[in-house]
Design a binder for this molecule. Structure first.
Ligand SMILES: Cc1ncc(COP(=O)(O)O)c(C=O)c1O
Length: 397
């Protein structure tokens, strides 16, 4: 019997740690947890090493090393056309995970309602609970899209989720785990509701650079008319720059909302690793050069893995961004004689040596995710090819 506080008891151990431990135990190729199996940009590493050698060993400024605030502000301003003040609008955090926690703890009151799209990244649900707030869910379903195909939502379901207690809506685009990039039409709908009902938006944009189709670019909700003043935009270097272990993230928001983020950040971590902030600053100012190579690799991996999974009988949903694929496994599971997403993932690890994530944990009503499985393709081409070679053995099962 553990003594975990009641508000965190429902969440147990995160599925990523659980699946990675199981993958390691069975020597499986890990297409479960979203971390690349290759190093980040040399320029980042060189700048971090130089900062260590130069004695950058003490606490950074609470809101971030000025050079990094400037780089984050410049990159966001360049992409959105917004006027971003590095000192007043940008707060550097320990990864996007801390930025999410600081935003919830600093800006949401007990009893407030927060709208989440499900499936959701698992920390949102826990942070809503830590803030003493109540989640309301809007389900993303394949085929229910405003202005395109792929995962989408029912606009009426979204409208109904807003009540007089709604404090915020969290939008993660590009979206983990579906690979969906929210369309401009979908974001306009969300923005309209936020403006009309005076609701704050929190956007998680950690996959902002990882989109694969020029006709479906990433759009920041904060860049839509009237939205900057009510939006906290979160991101990090982890996913786009293959630096998940660095845990350098940020929150961009107007001063009224930045005050809340910093009120929590100062007591959560106060500041994050100084030399790594210098390292991150070296690549963020010119993200295109650093991420182009990764985007090309991930596009290739997505295409190869999607077609291999389709041939094995998975129903693969088109992924426009992130580095995840969601697939329906009903037919494959029937053939293998297993049930549910957990049954399939256990069998894949133990019998075929490939780990994936059972997505039911990303749903409030876990039944919605039982027929689905999530694969990541943020790996070297050789790793993806080896996973496919192993999965091919399912054909004869
Ligand atoms: C949607 C989403 N947000 C945030 C994070 C965590 O970001 P960081 O590693 O910067 O804390 C992840 C990591 O998987 C994620 O998928």
């Amino acid at each position: 019997m553990t003594r975990v506080a009641a508000r965190l008891q429902p969440f147990g151990t995160t599925i990523f740690a659980e699946m990675t431990a199981l993958a390691n135990k069975h020597g499986a190729v890990n297409l479960a947890q979203g971390f690349p199996d290759f190093d980040g940009p040399e320029a980042a590493k060189a700048a971090a090493k130089a900062a260590i050698d130069a004695g950058e060993a003490q606490y950074a400024r609470m809101s971030g090393v000025p050079k990094l605030n400037q780089a984050v502000a410049g990159a966001f301003a360049g992409r959105t056309g917004l006027a971003i003040d590095p000192d007043a609008h940008v707060t550097i955090t320990s990864g996007c995970t801390e930025a999410i926690a600081a935003t919830f703890l600093g800006l949401i009151n007990p009893g407030d309602e927060v709208i989440l799209f499900e499936p959701f990244y698992d920390s949102y649900r826990a942070c809503v609970a830590m803030a003493g707030a109540r989640p309301r869910f809007v389900t993303l379903r394949p085929g229910a899209r405003v202005g395109g195909k792929g995962f989408g939502f029912d606009p009426d379901e979204l409208r109904r989720a807003f009540t007089d207690k709604t404090r915020a809506i969290l939008v993660n685009t590009p979206h983990n785990p579906t690979g969906k990039v929210f369309t401009r039409a979908e974001l306009e709908l969300i923005a309209g509701l936020c403006r009309d009902l005076n609701v704050m938006a929190i956007t998680d944009e950690v996959y902002e650079h990882l989109t694969y189709d020029a006709s479906k670019p990433h759009v920041s909700l904060a860049s839509m008319p009237g939205m900057f003043d009510r939006t906290v935009t979160l991101s990090s270097v982890g996913k786009s720059f293959s630096l998940t272990g660095w845990k350098i993230g940020w929150a961009i928001a107007p001063p009224t909302l930045t005050a809340g983020v910093r009120a929590a950040h100062q007591f959560l971590t106060f500041a994050t690793a100084t030399p790594l902030q210098h390292g991150a600053a070296a690549i963020i100012a010119n993200p295109g050069a650093a991420v182009r190579e990764y985007v090309d690799l991930f596009r290739r991996n997505r295409d190869v893995l999607s077609s291999a999974l389709r041939e094995l009988g998975f129903r693969v949903y088109d992924a426009e961004g992130t580095y995840f694929i969601m697939a329906d496994h009903t037919e494959v599971s029937r053939r293998l004689g297993v049930t549910g997403d957990r049954g399939l993932c256990a069998a894949m690890i133990e019998k075929y040596g490939v780990a994936a994530i059972p997505p039911s944990v990303f749903y409030e009503n876990q039944e919605h995710g039982r027929s689905l499985v999530r694969f990541t393709y943020c790996k070297k081409a050789a790793t993806i090819d080896e996973a496919i070679r192993r999965l091919e053995r399912m054909r004869t099962a």
